[in-house]
Design a protein around this ligand. Structure first.
Ligand code: HEM
Length: 511
């Protein structure tokens, strides 16, 4: 009897395991295969992860980092996707553990996703769970009604009219960088400068002043801690790594939890300070505070604290990191292309009365806009748009079973020669001379700011800041790439220059 009483639960457990690790994923695969979607053969328990690791190791060995600036980094950064794309086309399926994925890089299908308003495609839980220390349950991670509420509170702070009012403080925030670089040149002619950290300071300063008003000086600590957290978390396999079944290296996790607590208390201090001040000025922090008080989804005091801290963290991260990295890529490309640098310099001199950059002059910066658009095409800081079918969903003529995660690789999509032409890997801002709609066949597949209802809500803010920073730097300085620069785009939650961007800077004759 005792043998039987042991055997029965054991058999149930094995059956359950077999069902979740093989039968269920197999059923999902069948549903996809029936629609003509192919993909690499998965192995038991791990899916295609071992294959992904093998392909990555081979690609890393073959990579020839830094010798020349080759703009197509897709086959060294995400080599399995490129290999499978060549084998199975623009839409294919693969698995990691018991999770089934759908690679969607067909411009027409991306257009369908972009135009769809469905919320049944949400942020994938298994990815965002790993990002939880960074993002909490703020707007970047949440889904459904919680997300809708957060978006309603935060989005209006970044509408065009609000952003226009922030141009002045963007200029102010960039001035220390200009003074610092001036100082580096000093009495000499040329200075070598690593631009990344300086640009990060500018965008941290901008977001702190613009969104968190008087508490902006607290921002400095928060940003440096968030940056450390980001670096630590990038050491873990964030997206496609081996299924860990709960076993992660604990050393890192402890450090991550420590940083998470420090960041939380810094933000909370800023919030308490704000409450004491009872500021009349309605900036983003004020809106988040009021949202936490008025929102009927936020029921307890603890939940209200979480709501505030998580959303502040989200804005701090989303708002400064990607803008700073985009500015670094822009400077790298302008350093490489003196002819475009000269055109930008000339335009800024023309449209800015007495050298002053304001909201009106930003709207006249056509060349600067083209350069930024082209930089965001070749080097989009966000590498992916990922979604999970929270319910069975239709994308174009495909039915996506519940639980499947879709992956759209932005850098690959932006290099599709069928959409962009045979010069897709070249830096040619001219293609944007008449806007995105004339630059390629399917403009909806140009997605540096994501797509659909979850499109980046800081888009206008980021573009204004990039114009201000580039406009000021290019009008004050002439620069070229330093021989120290090693071209090696790296994925650390966003695609950034692994060793930074080093340039040789001189005072510009116009500046
Ligand atoms: C060049 C700079 C930036 C780039 C390339 C960028 C890109 C993106 C992308 C790709 C997404 C994901 C959209 C999706 O999943 O479909 C996103 C979302 C978001 N971004 Fe940005 N972003 C930038 C700057 C900013 C700034 C300056 C802010 C705020 C101040 C911001 C706030 C957000 C927020 C809150 C979301 C989440 C929107 C939602 O889920 O509803 N971003 N961004």
């Amino acid at each position: 009897f005792s043998m039987l009483s042991l055997a029965l639960p054991l058999a149930c457990l094995l059956l359950h395991l077999f069902n979740t690790t093989w039968l269920k994923p197999q059923r999902v695969r069948w549903k996809l295969q029936k629609q003509g979607i192919r993909g690499p053969q998965p192995c038991f328990l791990y899916g295609n992860v071992p294959q992904m690791q093998r392909i990555q190791i081979t690609a890393t060995k073959a990579a020839n980092h830094g010798e020349i600036v080759a703009h197509d980094y897709t086959s060294s950064l995400f080599p399995y996707f490129e290999q499978w794309r060549k084998e199975f086309g623009q839409v294919y399926t693969y698995s990691t553990g018991n999770k089934q994925h759908l690679y969607v890089n067909n411009p027409e299908l991306v257009k369908e996703m972009n135009q769809s308003l469905t919320l049944d495609l949400g942020k994938p839980g298994y990815v965002t769970k790993r990002l939880a220390p960074m993002l909490g349950n703020g707007i970047l991670r949440s889904n459904g009604i919680v997300w809708a509420q957060q978006r309603k509170i935060i989005a209006p702070e970044f509408f065009v009219d609000k952003v226009k009012g922030m141009v002045g403080l963007m200029v102010e925030s960039a001035e220390p960088l200009l003074r610092k670089w001036e100082g580096c040149i000093g009495g000499g002619v040329v200075a070598e400068i690593r631009v990344d950290e300086d640009l990060r300071s500018v965008s941290a300063d901008v977001i702190s002043r613009a969104c968190f008003g008087s508490s902006y000086f607290k921002g400095k600590h928060i940003f440096s801690k968030l940056r450390n957290l980001q670096k630590l978390m990038s050491k873990q396999p964030l997206l496609f790594g081996v299924p860990t079944f709960g076993f992660f290296p604990t050393g890192h996790q402890k450090e991550i939890r420590g940083l998470e607590r420090e960041i939380e208390s810094l933000i909370w201090e800023a919030v308490k300070e704000r409450k004491r001040e009872s500021s009349k000025e309605k900036d983003l922090m004020q809106m988040i505070l009021e949202g936490a008080i008025n929102d009927h989804f936020v029921v307890s005091k603890d939940a209200s604290k979480r709501f505030i801290v998580d959303n502040c963290k989200n804005i701090y991260f989303a708002g400064h990191e990607s803008t700073a990295v985009a500015a670094s890529w822009c400077l790298m490309l302008l350093a490489l292309h003196p002819e475009w640098q000269a055109r930008v310099r000339e335009e800024v001199a023309q449209v800015c009365r007495e050298g002053l950059i304001d909201a009106e002059s930003l709207t006249k910066m056509k060349t600067v806009t083209m350069v930024i658009q082209e930089a965001l095409r070749l080097y989009p800081p966000a590498a992916f748009v990922s979604r999970e079918a929270l319910e069975e969903t239709q994308i174009g003529h495909f039915t996506i079973p519940k639980g499947v995660c879709t992956w759209t690789l932005i850098p690959n999509l932006h290099r599709d020669s069928n959409n962009w032409g045979c010069d897709a890997n070249e830096f040619r801002p001219q293609r944007f001379a008449h806007g995105v709609s004339s630059a390629c066949k399917v403009p909806h597949a140009y997605i540096p700011f994501g797509l659909g209802p979850r499109l980046c809500l800081g888009r206008n803010f980021a573009l204004a800041q990039l114009k201000v920073v580039l406009g000021l730097i290019v009008s004050k300085f002439t620069f070229s790439l330093s021989p120290k620069y090693i071209h090696s785009p790296a994925y650390r939650m966003i695609v950034e220059p692994e060793h930074g961007v080093h340039i040789l800077v001189q005072r510009s004759e116009l500046g």
